[in-house]
Design a protein around this ligand. Structure first.
Ligand code: ADP
Ligand code: MG
Length: 213
């Protein structure tokens, strides 16, 4: 898979993107573990805003975890960087502001391999924060897919369950979001209402794939 040799001869930027539950964090952890096997000094950062599972750990939905440093802004990544660090991994990179692009480019110029994981799209299906630029300037991009919670097809979208809050940044979990394929993401309001009605009739809130279409 990713065997670019980045970080051995020079720096580089890798981006892992996709919707919620698509395995971005798992993939980030996998790359970090491999680097650690190679005895390379790795530092992992995450935005402090994301404390859903743990204050300092990066945790996947499959309960894999790795210790990280929470930062309130991207400049803190530079401040907290050790001279010996060869690899920087940043999870939930979409939550950072535009300055993170400069920070990441600086790191790569210093010869550091930068692994970023983040949501490519928000729950309106629009580009999320600094992600479009990061995807454009990356040396390597992997787009990962989840499984549509309605039909089981590959899911590329994060669907936010109906709520009054319209902020782009609403940190949440299965209670607020689900992965959906393009078709089921673009259901219109009427269809969605019908769907919610069907859910309400079920004994459990969990979604089955056979009753929706
Ligand atoms: P991400 O960081 O992209 O949100 P994670 O790496 O945290 O994803 O979690 C991926 C894991 O989430 C999968 O291996 C699987 O165990 C679990 N999972 C839960 N819901 C789904 C879904 N709808 N599609 C795929 N995986 C899911
Ligand atoms: Mg994640």
């Amino acid at each position: 898979m990713v065997g670019l040799g980045l970080g051995q001869v020079g720096g580089g930027i890798e981006v892992v993107c996709g919707p919620m539950f698509s395995g971005k964090t798992e993939e980030l952890i996998r790359r970090v573990r491999r680097a650690q096997i190679g005895r390379q000094k790795v530092q992992i950062f995450k935005p402090a805003i994301d404390d859903r599972y743990h204050k300092t750990k990066v945790v996947s939905h499959s309960s894999q975890s790795i210790e990280s440093t929470p930062v309130v802004n991207s400049l803190e990544i530079l401040q907290k960087l050790y001279d010996s660090t060869r690899i920087v991994a940043i999870d939930e990179v979409q939550f950072f502001d535009e300055a993170v692009i400069t920070v990441i480019r600086k790191l790569a110029r210093r010869g550091i391999r930068v692994i970023c994981a983040g949501l490519d799209q928000d729950s309106d299906g629009m580009p999320f924060g600094p992600m479009p630029v990061l995807l454009a300037i990356a040396d390597h991009v992997q787009k990962v897919q989840a499984v549509c919670s309605l039909c089981g097809a590959p899911a590329t979208k994060s669907f936010r369950k109906p709520t009054d809050n319209r902020n782009q940044v609403m940190v949440g979990e299965q209670d607020m979001y689900e992965a959906r394929c393009r078709y089921h993401f673009e259901y219109n309001d009427e269809e969605e209402e019908l769907l919610n009605y069907t859910y309400a009739l079920r004994p459990s809130a969990s979604v089955q794939t056979d009753t929706v279409n």
